[in-house]
Design a protein around this ligand. Structure first.
Ligand code: GLU
Length: 290
């Protein structure tokens, strides 16, 4: 299969040096493999994403010397696709409606005998062994109560049986030019939220759906997303989708040792460009061959 990777930013701010690092690593890997680099706009959070930031992404990446096939997939144009994926998971019986508020979950966690810990998405929540009774669920729906669709690890395990503990993904380490099989442990996240009553999408669901739809063979992204991969591989298995090879690169840090963030305005690519920095200098600054 042709090597295909992607850069998938969210237009919630201007791109900074950390994004340039991620985008250029994906670009260089696709060039090296003679494959493709796709750009995908991950804008399902319509309250935080803005059109001017999306326009900024195109301008900054083109300035860096990247190009990509068009049309670009914008996730906000495809909510119906994600709703269909949720429907499929529902029909498999691996989702449940969770009516607890964040506060109730925090209270439950505080009084639990074993501290459930914090996952990448907040408190690790594991649903009750017995599903809510149909009568209670119907009553709450009739009342118009809010809920989240959570992926039940218990029901997933029941469905997948022996396969569940044997799930693995291949992680590539560029520094040593090696690949290793990583056992999948979605338990580190508990039962994640895949959709809410009024939003038929979540990062985990959309990214898995789109990587498969776009035939992504290699996912290259920051190591802050490594733990999310455990959820993604489980979703791929449940939805019957292929698992790409994963490469999680170290995050670029500034002189203060902290990682770059969208709030570091002076380090946006736009600000650096205005200050007269060239794309070649950007590559040199982040340690890539020029
Ligand atoms: N949209 C995500 C972000 O901006 C990246 C998703 C991914 O690469 O899987 O952090």
């Amino acid at each position: 299969m042709r090597f295909t990777t992607r850069f998938a930013p969210s237009p919630t701010g201007r791109l900074h040096l950390g994004h340039a690092w991620s985008a250029l690593l994906a670009h260089d890997a696709s060039r090296f493999a003679g494959g493709d680099l796709l750009l995908r706009i991950e804008d399902i959070d319509t309250t935080r994403c803005r059109p001017e930031f999306e326009a900024g992404i195109y301008a900054d990446l083109a300035w860096l010397g990247l190009d990509w096939p068009t049309p670009v997939r914008r996730q906000s144009d495809h909510f119906a696709d994600y709703a269909a994926a949720i429907e499929k998971l529902r029909s498999l019986g691996v989702l449940y409606r969770c009516f607890l508020t964040r506060r109730e979950i925090a209270e439950q966690a505080a009084s639990a005998p074993h501290a459930p810990g914090e996952g990448a998405d907040g408190i690790v929540y594991v649903g009750p062994a017995q599903p809510m009774s149909q009568d209670e669920e119907q009553a709450r729906l009739a009342r118009g109560d809010s809920f989240a669709w959570r992926l039940s690890l218990r029901y997933s395990q029941d469905l997948l049986g022996e396969e569940f503990p044997r799930l693995v993904f291949v992680e590539r380490d560029e520094a040593t030019n090696t690949e290793r099989a990583v056992p999948v442990r979605p338990q580190i996240h508990g039962d994640v939220i895949l959709a809410r009553k009024d939003t038929p999408a979540s990062y985990h669901l959309c990214v898995v759906h789109d990587d498969a739809l776009q035939n992504i063979t290699h996912v290259i992204r920051g190591e802050d997303l490594r733990s999310a991969t455990h959820v993604h591989v489980l979703l791929q298995k449940l939805l019957g989708l292929p698992t790409p090879v994963y490469r999680h690169h170290a995050l670029l840090t500034g002189p203060d040792g902290k990682r770059y963030a969208k709030r570091d305005k002076s380090l946006t690519l736009a600000a650096l460009r205005e200050a007269g920095v060239s794309p070649v200098q950007i590559r040199a600054r982040i340690g890539l061959p020029t």
